[in-house]
Design a protein around this ligand. Structure first.
Ligand SMILES: *Cc1c(COP(=O)(O)O)cnc(C)c1O
Length: 368
C-alpha cells in the first residue's frame, strides 16, 4: 500500500529514543555481550531501513524473519551480520549466500532436503536453532543437535551460532523459563563443539533474567520502548516509547439528542454534543474494537463514539474546536499519555500487535 502523505495522520518515530533504549539495556546487562537488533516486520512498524541505519553503530548485527526483510536491509547499505530467524525454503539458500545472510537451520529434514536438491551450503553462515520448549522450530535433543552440526560441517557450512527462544520470559511465573534454560544449558554443556555465538535472550530475558544471557542478546520490543509483558511485570529501568501517532480534526459539528453517529447507528447523542471526525480507520490498523477507547485533544480525553470505519473515526469533543486541531492517538499530549500497551489492553492483545498492524497507509516521519 502506498503511504497517504497528504493527510494529517502520521506516525512520528523518535530514532534517538530507540538508540537510548538500546544503550539502557546494554548498561544493565553483563558487559561483553553482543547485541543483535530485531527489526523484523518493518522494525515492529517503525521502518526497518531507517531504524537499522540509525542504530547500526550500537549493535553487532540484525535479526529479521525472512529473506526479503534481510534484502531490504542490504539494499539500505547495512553490511553487518543479518540473521534470519525463521526457516527459509532450501531453494532460497543461494540468495542468502550471495547477500551474505546468516540462516537459521532448525531440522535435519531441512538439511537433507537441501542436499538432495543439490543445493550447496558451502561457506554459508548458519545458526542452529534449539527447541528448548517453545515448540515452534528447532532440534529437540542433544543427539539431534550433534548430528545436524556434524552434517552441516560436512556440507561445508559455517556454524556461527546456536540459539533458543523462551516462551514465558515475560511472565511472573518462571517455572517454564527455568525448564527451558536448564534444557538449553545442558545441551550447550554437552555439545562436543560449541559455536561461537550462543544466544537465548529476547527483550524480556534481557530485562528480567539478565543473569542468564549466554553471549548475545536479541532485542526487539524493548528497543522500541515498550514493556514485553504489557503490564504484568514492572520495568527494572525506564525506557521510552519511540512511536507516536497523530492526526487532526477534519470535520466538526454539533448534534442533538437522538442524532446517531456512524455505521449501524450504534451511538446516539443524549443531548447537544460536539462530534469531530478524524481521518484514520481500520485500514490504518486502528481497529474496530477501539470504539469506546479514547484519543487526546488539547490534553483532554475524548471518547471514540460510533463505529470505527475503514478511513474515519468520530470522537466526542468537550467543546467546539476548529478543523486542524491536533489529535494524539498514541503518545503524550499535555500531562496525559496513551501507549500502545493501553490500546492492546482495550483490544485484548499485546503491544507488539498494535505496532505491527499499523498499516503502510500511515506515513512514518522521523526525528532524531
Ligand atoms: C521476535 C523475536 C525476538 C525478539 O522478541 P522481543 O520480545 O521483541 O524482544 C527474539 N528472538 C526471536 C527468535 C524472535 O522471533
Amino acid at each position: 500500500m502506498i503511504s497517504s502523505l497528504h493527510r494529517p495522520t502520521k506516525a512520528l518515530i523518535d530514532l534517538e529514543a530507540i538508540c537510548q533504549n538500546i544503550e539502557s539495556v546494554q548498561a544493565n546487562i553483563p558487559q561483553g555481550k553482543q547485541t543483535f537488533a530485531v527489526v523484523k516486520a518493518n522494525a515492529y512498524g517503525h521502518g526497518s531501513k531507517q531504524v537499522a541505519q540509525a542504530i547500526s553503530h550500537l549493535v553487532d548485527g540484525f535479526c529479521v524473519s525472512n529473506i526479503d526483510e534481510a534484502l531490504e536491509l542490504r539494499e539500505a547499505g547495512i553490511d553487518k551480520t543479518i540473521l534470519i530467524l525463521g526457516v527459509i525454503m532450501p531453494e532460497e539458500v543461494e540468495i542468502a549466500r550471495e547477500r551474505h545472510l546468516t540462516l537459521t537451520v532448525a531440522s535435519q529434514e531441512w538439511l537433507d532436503m537441501a542436499l538432495a536438491q543439490g543445493i550447496s551450503l558451502a561457506d554459508l553462515d548458519v545458526h542452529l536453532k534449539v527447541d528448548s520448549g517453545m515448540g515452534r522450530i528447532g532440534v529437540r535433543s542433544l543427539d539431534e543437535a550433534e548430528h545436524l552440526l556434524a552434517d552441516l560441517k560436512k556440507a561445508g557450512a559455517h556454524v556461527a551460532g546456536i540459539f533458543t527462544h523462551f516462551a514465558t520470559a515475560d511472565e511472573a511465573d518462571d517455572t517454564k523459563f527455568n525448564q527451558q534454560l536448564a534444557f538449553f544449558t545442558d545441551l550447550i554443556t554437552h555439545l562436543s563443539e560449541t559455536p561461537a555465538l550462543v544466544h537465548a535472550s529476547n527483550s524480556a530475558t534481557s530485562l528480567w533474567h539478565s543473569e542468564t544471557i549466554f553471549n548475545m542478546v536479541r532485542l526487539g520490543i524493548v528497543m522500541y520502548g515498550l514493556n514485553p509483558s504489557g503490564t504484568e511485570l514492572a520495568l527494572p529501568y525506564p525506557i521510552k516509547p519511540a512511536l507516536s501517532l497523530e492526526s487532526s480534526l477534519v470535520h466538526v459539528k454539533q448534534i442533538s439528542a437522538g442524532d446517531s453517529v456512524g455505521y449501524g447507528a450504534t451511538y446516539v447523542a443524549q443531548g447537544d454534543e460536539y462530534i469531530a471526525t478524524v481521518p484514520i480507520g481500520y485500514a490504518d490498523g486502528w481497529t474496530r474494537d477501539l470504539q469506546g477507547f479514547y484519543v487526546l485533544v488539547n490534553g483532554e480525553w475524548c471518547e471514540i463514539v460510533g463505529r470505527v470505519s475503514m478511513d474515519q473515526i468520530t470522537i466526542r469533543l468537550p467543546e467546539k474546536l476548529p478543523i486542524g486541531t491536533k489529535v494524539t492517538l498514541i503518545g503524550q499530549d499535555g500531562d496525559q499519555v496513551i501507549t500502545a500497551t493501553d490500546l492492546a489492553q482495550k483490544r485484548g492483545t499485546i503491544n507488539y500487535e498494535v505496532l505491527c498492524l499499523l498499516s503502510d497507509r500511515v506515513p512514518r516521519v522521523y526525528s532524531k
